[in-house]
Design a protein around this ligand. Sequence first.
Ligand code: PLP
Length: 404
Amino acid sequence: METSRGDLNIPFRTLLGPGPSNVHPRVLRAAGIPVIGHLDPKFLELMDETMELLRFAFQTRNTITLAIPGTGSAGMEAALVNLIEPGDGVLVGVNGYFGERLSEMALRHGAEVRRVEAPWGQIIEPDLIERALAGRRAKLVAVVHAETSTGVLQPIKPIADACRRHGALLVVDAVTSLGGTPVPADDWGADICFSCTQKGLSCPPGLAPITVSDRAVAVTNSRRSPVQSWYLDLSLITRYWGSDRVYHHTAPITMLYALREALRLVHEEGLEARWHRHHRLSNALIAGLEALGLPILAPKAHRAPTLTVARIPEGVKDIEVRKALLSEHNLEIGGGLGALKGQVWRIGLMGESCNQANVLLVLSVLETALVRQGWRREKGAGVLAALEALASTPPHTGHDRHMS
Ligand SMILES: Cc1ncc(COP(=O)(O)O)c(C=O)c1O
Protein backbone atom coordinates (compact mmCIF):
# COMPACT_ATOMS: atom_id res chain seq x y z
CA MET A 1 0.00 0.00 0.00
CA GLU A 2 1.20 3.48 -0.77
CA THR A 3 2.03 5.18 2.52
CA SER A 4 2.50 8.80 1.51
CA ARG A 5 -0.39 10.44 -0.27
CA GLY A 6 0.81 14.02 -0.09
CA ASP A 7 -0.84 17.04 1.46
CA LEU A 8 -4.57 17.52 1.13
CA ASN A 9 -5.28 19.68 -1.85
CA ILE A 10 -8.81 21.04 -1.65
CA PRO A 11 -9.70 23.93 -3.95
CA PHE A 12 -11.58 26.97 -2.64
CA ARG A 13 -15.23 26.57 -3.59
CA THR A 14 -17.89 29.22 -3.46
CA LEU A 15 -20.64 27.39 -1.61
CA LEU A 16 -24.06 28.46 -2.84
CA GLY A 17 -25.83 25.15 -2.35
CA PRO A 18 -28.22 24.15 0.45
CA GLY A 19 -25.25 23.90 2.87
CA PRO A 20 -22.55 23.90 3.98
CA SER A 21 -21.89 27.59 3.43
CA ASN A 22 -18.45 29.22 3.30
CA VAL A 23 -16.66 29.56 6.61
CA HIS A 24 -15.14 32.87 7.79
CA PRO A 25 -11.33 32.78 8.23
CA ARG A 26 -11.78 33.71 11.91
CA VAL A 27 -13.82 30.54 12.43
CA LEU A 28 -11.24 28.43 10.61
CA ARG A 29 -8.50 29.96 12.75
CA ALA A 30 -10.46 29.22 15.92
CA ALA A 31 -10.69 25.58 14.81
CA GLY A 32 -6.88 25.49 14.73
CA ILE A 33 -6.48 26.41 18.41
CA PRO A 34 -4.87 23.60 20.46
CA VAL A 35 -7.27 21.07 21.94
CA ILE A 36 -7.77 21.11 25.71
CA GLY A 37 -9.73 18.76 27.95
CA HIS A 38 -13.52 18.71 27.91
CA LEU A 39 -13.61 19.41 31.67
CA ASP A 40 -10.82 22.02 31.63
CA PRO A 41 -12.06 25.19 33.37
CA LYS A 42 -11.19 27.18 30.23
CA PHE A 43 -13.37 24.90 28.16
CA LEU A 44 -16.24 25.05 30.64
CA GLU A 45 -16.05 28.84 30.37
CA LEU A 46 -16.27 28.54 26.58
CA MET A 47 -19.36 26.31 26.93
CA ASP A 48 -21.07 28.96 29.07
CA GLU A 49 -20.24 31.66 26.53
CA THR A 50 -21.51 29.47 23.72
CA MET A 51 -24.81 28.96 25.54
CA GLU A 52 -25.19 32.73 25.97
CA LEU A 53 -24.47 33.31 22.30
CA LEU A 54 -26.89 30.58 21.25
CA ARG A 55 -29.62 32.15 23.39
CA PHE A 56 -28.95 35.35 21.50
CA ALA A 57 -29.20 33.62 18.12
CA PHE A 58 -32.43 31.80 19.07
CA GLN A 59 -33.78 34.94 20.84
CA THR A 60 -34.57 32.91 23.91
CA ARG A 61 -34.18 32.84 27.66
CA ASN A 62 -34.38 29.04 27.77
CA THR A 63 -31.83 27.68 30.23
CA ILE A 64 -31.32 24.57 28.12
CA THR A 65 -29.79 26.07 25.01
CA LEU A 66 -26.72 24.16 23.91
CA ALA A 67 -25.05 22.31 21.05
CA ILE A 68 -25.31 18.55 20.58
CA PRO A 69 -22.52 16.68 18.77
CA GLY A 70 -23.77 15.65 15.35
CA THR A 71 -25.38 17.46 12.44
CA GLY A 72 -28.85 18.96 12.09
CA SER A 73 -30.37 15.48 12.01
CA ALA A 74 -28.98 14.86 15.51
CA GLY A 75 -30.90 17.94 16.66
CA MET A 76 -34.03 16.56 15.01
CA GLU A 77 -33.57 13.15 16.57
CA ALA A 78 -32.86 14.67 20.00
CA ALA A 79 -36.01 16.81 19.86
CA LEU A 80 -38.22 13.88 18.95
CA VAL A 81 -36.68 11.12 21.06
CA ASN A 82 -36.81 13.21 24.24
CA LEU A 83 -40.48 14.18 23.85
CA ILE A 84 -41.97 11.05 22.30
CA GLU A 85 -42.93 7.93 24.19
CA PRO A 86 -44.31 4.90 22.36
CA GLY A 87 -47.97 5.42 21.46
CA ASP A 88 -47.88 9.23 21.72
CA GLY A 89 -49.90 11.13 19.12
CA VAL A 90 -47.65 13.30 16.97
CA LEU A 91 -48.77 15.65 14.20
CA VAL A 92 -46.16 16.31 11.54
CA GLY A 93 -46.34 18.98 8.84
CA VAL A 94 -45.13 17.42 5.58
CA ASN A 95 -44.60 19.65 2.55
CA GLY A 96 -41.14 18.56 1.53
CA TYR A 97 -38.19 16.25 2.07
CA PHE A 98 -37.40 17.31 5.63
CA GLY A 99 -41.00 17.11 6.81
CA GLU A 100 -40.81 13.51 5.55
CA ARG A 101 -37.70 13.01 7.66
CA LEU A 102 -39.47 14.35 10.76
CA SER A 103 -42.35 11.98 10.12
CA GLU A 104 -40.05 8.99 9.58
CA MET A 105 -38.10 9.69 12.77
CA ALA A 106 -41.26 10.16 14.85
CA LEU A 107 -42.53 6.79 13.55
CA ARG A 108 -39.26 5.11 14.47
CA HIS A 109 -39.61 6.44 18.01
CA GLY A 110 -42.97 4.73 18.33
CA ALA A 111 -45.27 7.71 17.83
CA GLU A 112 -48.70 7.44 16.30
CA VAL A 113 -47.97 9.86 13.50
CA ARG A 114 -50.63 11.88 11.73
CA ARG A 115 -49.40 13.88 8.78
CA VAL A 116 -50.77 17.26 7.80
CA GLU A 117 -49.68 17.54 4.20
CA ALA A 118 -49.35 20.24 1.57
CA PRO A 119 -47.92 20.02 -1.94
CA TRP A 120 -44.16 20.54 -2.17
CA GLY A 121 -43.67 24.28 -2.74
CA GLN A 122 -46.64 25.35 -0.57
CA ILE A 123 -46.86 26.16 3.13
CA ILE A 124 -48.82 24.00 5.57
CA GLU A 125 -51.92 26.09 6.24
CA PRO A 126 -51.98 26.68 10.02
CA ASP A 127 -55.76 26.12 9.99
CA LEU A 128 -55.17 22.53 8.92
CA ILE A 129 -53.01 21.98 12.00
CA GLU A 130 -55.63 23.64 14.21
CA ARG A 131 -58.38 21.43 12.77
CA ALA A 132 -56.29 18.29 13.15
CA LEU A 133 -55.58 19.17 16.80
CA ALA A 134 -59.25 19.92 17.46
CA GLY A 135 -60.24 16.58 15.89
CA ARG A 136 -57.87 14.49 17.98
CA ARG A 137 -55.45 15.48 20.70
CA ALA A 138 -51.74 15.27 19.95
CA LYS A 139 -48.86 15.47 22.39
CA LEU A 140 -46.67 17.19 19.91
CA VAL A 141 -46.62 19.03 16.59
CA ALA A 142 -43.43 19.06 14.49
CA VAL A 143 -42.81 21.36 11.53
CA VAL A 144 -39.96 22.62 9.37
CA HIS A 145 -39.40 26.39 9.37
CA ALA A 146 -37.40 26.67 6.12
CA GLU A 147 -38.03 23.58 3.97
CA THR A 148 -34.71 23.04 2.21
CA SER A 149 -36.20 20.96 -0.60
CA THR A 150 -38.53 23.76 -1.74
CA GLY A 151 -37.31 27.07 -0.31
CA VAL A 152 -40.64 27.60 1.47
CA LEU A 153 -40.62 29.56 4.74
CA GLN A 154 -43.37 28.25 7.00
CA PRO A 155 -45.26 30.74 9.23
CA ILE A 156 -44.69 29.36 12.74
CA LYS A 157 -46.51 31.72 15.09
CA PRO A 158 -50.09 30.68 14.14
CA ILE A 159 -49.11 27.03 14.49
CA ALA A 160 -47.55 27.72 17.89
CA ASP A 161 -50.75 29.51 18.98
CA ALA A 162 -52.85 26.54 17.85
CA CYS A 163 -50.55 24.25 19.84
CA ARG A 164 -51.09 26.35 22.96
CA ARG A 165 -54.87 26.29 22.52
CA HIS A 166 -54.86 22.51 22.25
CA GLY A 167 -52.20 21.69 24.84
CA ALA A 168 -49.65 20.33 22.35
CA LEU A 169 -45.91 20.90 22.35
CA LEU A 170 -44.24 22.39 19.28
CA VAL A 171 -40.95 21.27 17.71
CA VAL A 172 -39.48 23.54 15.04
CA ASP A 173 -36.72 22.54 12.60
CA ALA A 174 -34.71 25.75 12.12
CA VAL A 175 -31.83 24.04 10.30
CA THR A 176 -32.02 26.29 7.22
CA SER A 177 -33.24 29.43 8.97
CA LEU A 178 -31.12 30.16 12.07
CA GLY A 179 -28.65 32.95 11.39
CA GLY A 180 -30.33 34.07 8.17
CA THR A 181 -33.91 34.93 9.10
CA PRO A 182 -35.66 35.45 12.47
CA VAL A 183 -36.02 32.36 14.66
CA PRO A 184 -37.70 33.89 17.73
CA ALA A 185 -38.08 30.72 19.79
CA ASP A 186 -39.65 32.51 22.79
CA ASP A 187 -41.96 34.83 20.85
CA TRP A 188 -43.21 31.88 18.85
CA GLY A 189 -43.64 29.78 21.99
CA ALA A 190 -41.69 26.89 20.44
CA ASP A 191 -40.87 24.07 22.85
CA ILE A 192 -37.85 22.68 21.06
CA CYS A 193 -36.11 24.46 18.26
CA PHE A 194 -33.02 22.90 16.68
CA SER A 195 -30.60 23.87 13.94
CA CYS A 196 -27.20 23.06 12.46
CA THR A 197 -23.89 24.87 12.35
CA GLN A 198 -23.13 24.68 8.62
CA LYS A 199 -25.73 26.97 7.08
CA GLY A 200 -26.79 30.38 8.42
CA LEU A 201 -24.10 30.26 11.12
CA SER A 202 -21.33 29.54 8.59
CA CYS A 203 -19.43 27.12 10.73
CA PRO A 204 -18.31 23.66 9.60
CA PRO A 205 -20.92 20.89 10.03
CA GLY A 206 -20.75 18.86 13.22
CA LEU A 207 -22.95 20.37 15.94
CA ALA A 208 -26.69 20.80 16.38
CA PRO A 209 -27.70 23.90 18.36
CA ILE A 210 -30.91 23.25 20.27
CA THR A 211 -33.10 25.20 22.69
CA VAL A 212 -35.68 23.65 25.01
CA SER A 213 -38.56 25.39 26.81
CA ASP A 214 -39.36 24.84 30.51
CA ARG A 215 -42.62 23.24 29.36
CA ALA A 216 -40.70 20.67 27.33
CA VAL A 217 -38.31 20.04 30.23
CA ALA A 218 -41.30 19.36 32.51
CA VAL A 219 -42.66 16.86 29.98
CA THR A 220 -39.33 15.04 29.70
CA ASN A 221 -39.02 14.98 33.51
CA SER A 222 -42.37 13.22 33.81
CA ARG A 223 -41.71 10.51 31.21
CA ARG A 224 -42.98 7.02 32.00
CA SER A 225 -39.99 5.42 30.26
CA PRO A 226 -36.35 6.44 29.81
CA VAL A 227 -35.42 8.25 26.59
CA GLN A 228 -34.68 5.48 24.05
CA SER A 229 -31.41 7.11 23.03
CA TRP A 230 -28.84 7.33 25.81
CA TYR A 231 -26.57 9.54 23.71
CA LEU A 232 -29.27 12.09 22.90
CA ASP A 233 -30.94 12.09 26.33
CA LEU A 234 -31.16 15.82 27.04
CA SER A 235 -31.35 15.33 30.80
CA LEU A 236 -27.93 13.64 30.70
CA ILE A 237 -26.46 16.15 28.24
CA THR A 238 -27.73 19.00 30.40
CA ARG A 239 -25.87 17.69 33.42
CA TYR A 240 -22.65 18.20 31.44
CA TRP A 241 -23.58 21.64 30.05
CA GLY A 242 -25.19 22.79 33.33
CA SER A 243 -23.60 23.46 36.71
CA ASP A 244 -23.14 19.75 37.58
CA ARG A 245 -20.50 19.32 34.85
CA VAL A 246 -20.94 15.56 34.93
CA TYR A 247 -19.11 13.79 32.14
CA HIS A 248 -21.50 12.54 29.45
CA HIS A 249 -19.47 12.50 26.23
CA THR A 250 -16.12 13.92 25.16
CA ALA A 251 -17.14 17.24 23.66
CA PRO A 252 -15.91 17.95 20.11
CA ILE A 253 -13.58 20.65 21.41
CA THR A 254 -12.48 22.04 18.05
CA MET A 255 -16.03 22.32 16.77
CA LEU A 256 -17.03 24.28 19.84
CA TYR A 257 -14.14 26.69 19.34
CA ALA A 258 -15.43 27.18 15.82
CA LEU A 259 -19.08 27.58 16.81
CA ARG A 260 -18.26 30.14 19.49
CA GLU A 261 -16.37 32.21 16.91
CA ALA A 262 -19.13 31.87 14.32
CA LEU A 263 -21.67 33.05 16.90
CA ARG A 264 -19.43 35.96 17.86
CA LEU A 265 -19.52 37.02 14.22
CA VAL A 266 -23.33 36.84 14.25
CA HIS A 267 -23.36 38.96 17.38
CA GLU A 268 -20.93 41.53 15.99
CA GLU A 269 -23.02 41.94 12.86
CA GLY A 270 -26.28 42.10 14.82
CA LEU A 271 -29.39 40.06 14.15
CA GLU A 272 -31.40 42.73 12.30
CA ALA A 273 -28.46 43.60 10.07
CA ARG A 274 -27.87 39.95 9.31
CA TRP A 275 -31.52 39.26 8.49
CA HIS A 276 -31.64 42.36 6.32
CA ARG A 277 -28.53 41.25 4.42
CA HIS A 278 -30.07 37.85 3.67
CA HIS A 279 -33.41 39.38 2.69
CA ARG A 280 -31.89 42.04 0.42
CA LEU A 281 -29.52 39.68 -1.36
CA SER A 282 -32.04 36.89 -1.83
CA ASN A 283 -34.43 39.42 -3.36
CA ALA A 284 -31.68 40.42 -5.78
CA LEU A 285 -31.00 36.78 -6.62
CA ILE A 286 -34.71 36.15 -7.23
CA ALA A 287 -34.96 39.23 -9.47
CA GLY A 288 -32.00 37.92 -11.48
CA LEU A 289 -33.32 34.37 -11.77
CA GLU A 290 -36.74 35.59 -12.86
CA ALA A 291 -35.14 37.85 -15.46
CA LEU A 292 -33.39 34.74 -16.79
CA GLY A 293 -36.78 33.07 -17.08
CA LEU A 294 -36.36 30.69 -14.13
CA PRO A 295 -39.56 30.69 -12.05
CA ILE A 296 -39.26 30.48 -8.26
CA LEU A 297 -41.02 27.51 -6.71
CA ALA A 298 -42.16 29.08 -3.42
CA PRO A 299 -44.98 31.66 -3.41
CA LYS A 300 -43.77 35.25 -3.03
CA ALA A 301 -45.12 35.65 0.50
CA HIS A 302 -43.40 32.50 1.80
CA ARG A 303 -39.82 32.43 0.56
CA ALA A 304 -36.87 31.55 2.76
CA PRO A 305 -34.19 34.22 2.29
CA THR A 306 -31.53 31.61 2.95
CA LEU A 307 -32.44 29.29 0.07
CA THR A 308 -33.99 29.97 -3.31
CA VAL A 309 -35.40 27.12 -5.36
CA ALA A 310 -35.86 27.83 -9.07
CA ARG A 311 -37.32 25.64 -11.79
CA ILE A 312 -34.89 24.43 -14.45
CA PRO A 313 -36.14 25.36 -17.94
CA GLU A 314 -37.40 22.59 -20.20
CA GLY A 315 -34.56 20.96 -22.15
CA VAL A 316 -31.75 22.30 -19.95
CA LYS A 317 -29.52 19.55 -18.56
CA ASP A 318 -29.33 19.92 -14.79
CA ILE A 319 -26.19 17.89 -14.12
CA GLU A 320 -24.25 19.34 -17.05
CA VAL A 321 -24.87 22.87 -15.77
CA ARG A 322 -23.95 22.08 -12.17
CA LYS A 323 -20.82 20.23 -13.27
CA ALA A 324 -19.73 23.19 -15.39
CA LEU A 325 -20.28 25.61 -12.52
CA LEU A 326 -18.15 23.48 -10.23
CA SER A 327 -15.34 22.59 -12.62
CA GLU A 328 -15.05 25.93 -14.42
CA HIS A 329 -15.96 28.35 -11.63
CA ASN A 330 -15.47 26.42 -8.37
CA LEU A 331 -19.08 27.27 -7.63
CA GLU A 332 -21.49 24.86 -5.97
CA ILE A 333 -25.26 25.04 -6.24
CA GLY A 334 -27.69 22.26 -5.29
CA GLY A 335 -29.91 20.02 -7.38
CA GLY A 336 -33.46 18.97 -6.55
CA LEU A 337 -34.30 16.49 -3.78
CA GLY A 338 -36.84 13.68 -3.97
CA ALA A 339 -39.71 14.43 -6.34
CA LEU A 340 -37.95 17.61 -7.53
CA LYS A 341 -34.76 15.83 -8.64
CA GLY A 342 -33.68 17.16 -12.03
CA GLN A 343 -36.42 19.80 -11.96
CA VAL A 344 -35.01 22.56 -9.78
CA TRP A 345 -31.82 24.21 -8.66
CA ARG A 346 -31.40 25.10 -5.00
CA ILE A 347 -29.29 28.21 -4.51
CA GLY A 348 -28.29 29.04 -0.98
CA LEU A 349 -27.24 32.45 0.28
CA MET A 350 -26.33 31.70 3.85
CA GLY A 351 -24.02 33.39 6.33
CA GLU A 352 -20.63 34.15 4.77
CA SER A 353 -21.80 32.96 1.36
CA CYS A 354 -24.51 35.60 1.33
CA ASN A 355 -22.83 38.56 -0.33
CA GLN A 356 -23.31 40.73 -3.40
CA ALA A 357 -20.33 39.32 -5.31
CA ASN A 358 -21.74 35.80 -5.02
CA VAL A 359 -25.18 36.86 -6.24
CA LEU A 360 -23.67 38.46 -9.33
CA LEU A 361 -21.29 35.54 -9.87
CA VAL A 362 -23.95 32.83 -9.77
CA LEU A 363 -26.26 34.79 -12.08
CA SER A 364 -23.56 35.47 -14.64
CA VAL A 365 -22.27 31.88 -14.77
CA LEU A 366 -25.80 30.49 -14.93
CA GLU A 367 -26.50 32.84 -17.83
CA THR A 368 -23.44 31.58 -19.64
CA ALA A 369 -24.46 27.96 -19.02
CA LEU A 370 -28.00 28.60 -20.27
CA VAL A 371 -26.69 30.25 -23.42
CA ARG A 372 -24.37 27.29 -23.98
CA GLN A 373 -27.33 24.93 -23.72
CA GLY A 374 -29.14 26.96 -26.35
CA TRP A 375 -31.87 28.05 -23.97
CA ARG A 376 -31.04 31.77 -24.05
CA ARG A 377 -29.37 33.85 -26.71
CA GLU A 378 -28.46 37.07 -24.99
CA LYS A 379 -26.55 37.58 -21.74
CA GLY A 380 -26.72 40.19 -19.01
CA ALA A 381 -30.42 40.27 -18.09
CA GLY A 382 -30.00 38.41 -14.81
CA VAL A 383 -27.11 40.48 -13.48
CA LEU A 384 -28.82 43.69 -14.53
CA ALA A 385 -32.07 42.81 -12.75
CA ALA A 386 -30.14 41.88 -9.62
CA LEU A 387 -28.23 45.17 -9.66
CA GLU A 388 -31.49 47.08 -10.02
CA ALA A 389 -33.00 45.21 -7.07
CA LEU A 390 -29.92 45.97 -4.98
CA ALA A 391 -30.08 49.66 -5.86
CA SER A 392 -33.71 49.82 -4.79
CA THR A 393 -33.01 48.45 -1.26
CA PRO A 394 -30.15 50.01 0.69
CA PRO A 395 -28.02 47.90 3.04
CA HIS A 396 -28.90 47.91 6.74
CA THR A 397 -27.62 50.93 8.66
CA GLY A 398 -29.83 51.40 11.75
CA HIS A 399 -29.36 50.41 15.36
CA ASP A 400 -29.35 46.75 16.09
CA ARG A 401 -30.23 44.31 18.81
CA HIS A 402 -27.34 43.17 20.97
CA MET A 403 -26.96 40.80 23.83
CA SER A 404 -27.91 42.26 27.20
C1 PLP B 1 -34.60 21.56 7.05
C2 PLP B 1 -33.55 20.54 7.34
N1 PLP B 1 -33.70 19.74 8.40
C3 PLP B 1 -32.77 18.82 8.72
C4 PLP B 1 -31.63 18.68 7.98
C5 PLP B 1 -30.61 17.67 8.35
O1 PLP B 1 -29.41 18.30 8.68
P1 PLP B 1 -27.99 17.56 8.52
O2 PLP B 1 -27.82 17.27 7.08
O3 PLP B 1 -27.05 18.61 9.04
O4 PLP B 1 -28.05 16.36 9.36
C6 PLP B 1 -31.42 19.48 6.87
C7 PLP B 1 -30.21 19.35 6.04
O5 PLP B 1 -30.04 19.99 5.05
C8 PLP B 1 -32.40 20.45 6.55
O6 PLP B 1 -32.23 21.26 5.51
